[in-house]
Design a protein around this ligand. Structure first.
Ligand SMILES: *Cc1c(COP(=O)(O)O)cnc(C)c1O
Length: 420
């Protein structure tokens, strides 16, 4: 069976893979479970438990408050590491802070405050919900117009749609570099250029891009960005997010949450808010040191791999999913729900099937393959090049084919659950 794509060929790809050895740098508790959800929550790096245990014991336990002179630099120190290894930004442009949702609010509000009389905000109608909700709230509070750009669910935003919506009333454009649902990868340089021509700013959400594709914030002329660290960056559940503000904009923008970590001479405890004239003004309160610390061992692995090699392997893993889906799953009613061109796709691939919810449950329970379901009818598969093998893709697709061939998902419930 399956002579056209024999399993041993995928083993050969692993044998030739320059990143193959890095899988051992992650905890893989159950070798039979295939994890294709690294775009939702990355695996635990093997060095992280001891690193955190030591910080808890020696830092918190031993140094107590005397740890702060060092810890207080970590948001910027780790931000610089993210800038260097994942984001293509300069030192002093990225800081670890709050959650992606909160950072989006902070930077969107800062950009809107600096936008003069412009009254329109543009967002991808299919963007991640928190991005749309936060902009709805800002637009409502300020009496602005939020325009939802119509977007193809499988192909992502068409640049022509964006261009047609741009005019001198646009203050801000919020877009994801990689779409959370279909994985469409936007041309960030082209978007930045088009939006700059009408005098507006782009606020990028890099949640599904960071640690998966080389982002190149400086080279593409990006002004503002936010993103998660618990997805491809492997920072752990609820790890703090990052934000980026182009150096030249930092002093001109003011964010709306006036906390003491943004204050000039913070420990003088002065009477009135007077923000630092650099990136620190985008911080708010005491940073979560324990959560942030998990990023160091995770970034060690990414730095060793190099984001270009991660991208190269990620593209080939994605191509393997598409090839096997075309060959094995089309007869069972699946179709590709992501851009077919690998240059227009980030790290994950979505497949459309009317029974995607039950199939994804059956795939996890019976097939022991963890992907996820995304509304309305997509099965999302997110291989992570640092620890996913080519043979994992083969096995996952083989198990998926088996489940749909036997229709074993029909025994499962299609009821909604709190988390998908
Ligand atoms: C995962 C994700 C988020 C999550 O935001 P949180 O504040 O961490 O819950 C936001 N935006 C996008 C595009 C995402 O993919």
């Amino acid at each position: 069976m399956s002579e056209e794509f024999p399993r041993y060929r995928f083993k050969e790809l692993d044998a030739a893979d320059a990143l193959a050895g890095l899988r051992d740098r992650f905890v893989v508790g159950d070798e039979d479970l295939i994890y294709l959800d690294g775009n939702s929550l990355g695996r635990l790096p093997a060095a992280t438990p001891d690193h955190l245990a030591r910080l808890v014991r020696e830092g918190w336990g031993g140094q107590l408050v005397q740890g702060w002179p060092s810890w207080i630099e970590w948001a910027r120190r780790i931000g610089d590491r993210l800038a260097a290894h994942a984001l293509g930004a300069r030192p002093g442009e990225v800081v670890v802070s709050d959650s992606t949702s909160v950072n989006l609010y902070k930077l969107a509000a800062a950009a809107l405050d600096a936008a003069g009389g412009r009254r329109t905000v543009l967002v991808d109608a299919e963007d991640f919900p928190t991005d749309r909700y936060i902009l709805q709230g800002l637009a409502e509070a300020r009496g602005l117009t939020l325009r939802m750009l119509p977007t193809d669910l499988d192909e992502g935003l068409d640049l022509a749609t964006l261009r047609a919506a741009l005019d001198e009333d646009v203050a801000l454009v919020v877009l994801s570099a990689v779409s959370y649902r279909c994985g469409a990868l936007l041309d960030m340089a082209a978007v930045n250029d088009a939006v700059r021509q009408v005098g507006a700013h782009v606020l990028w959400d890099l949640s599904h891009a960071a640690g998966s594709v080389p982002v190149e914030l400086t080279a593409t002329g990006a002004d503002l960005a936010v993103g998660c660290t618990y997805k491809y960056l492997n920072g752990g559940p609820g790890a703090p997010a990052f934000l980026y503000v182009r150096r030249e904009l930092q002093e001109r923008l003011r964010q709306p949450i006036w906390g003491w970590f943004g204050q000039r001479d913070q420990f003088r405890m002065g009477p009135a808010y007077d923000p630092v004239p650099d990136l620190d003004r985008f911080q708010v309160g005491t940073p979560p040191i324990l959560g942030m610390a998990a990023l160091d061992p995770a970034l060690d692995v990414l730095a060793e791999a190099g984001i270009d090699r991660v991208r190269d392997k990620g593209r080939r893993l994605g191509e393997a999913i598409v090839t096997l889906a075309d060959a094995w799953l089309t007869p069972y009613g699946f179709s590709l729900a992501s851009p077919r061109d690998p240059d227009r796709r980030g790290g994950h691939v979505s497949l459309h099937h009317p029974e995607a919810l039950r199939i994804s449950r059956s795939l996890a329970a019976e097939g022991r393959v963890v992907g996820d379901y995304r509304a309305p009818d997509r099965l999302r598969l997110g291989p992570a090049p640092l620890y996913t093998r080519f043979v994992d893709v083969w096995d996952a697709m083989d198990r998926l084919r088996d489940i749909v061939a036997r229709r074993s998902y029909e025994r499962l419930s299609g009821d909604p659950s709190r988390v998908t």
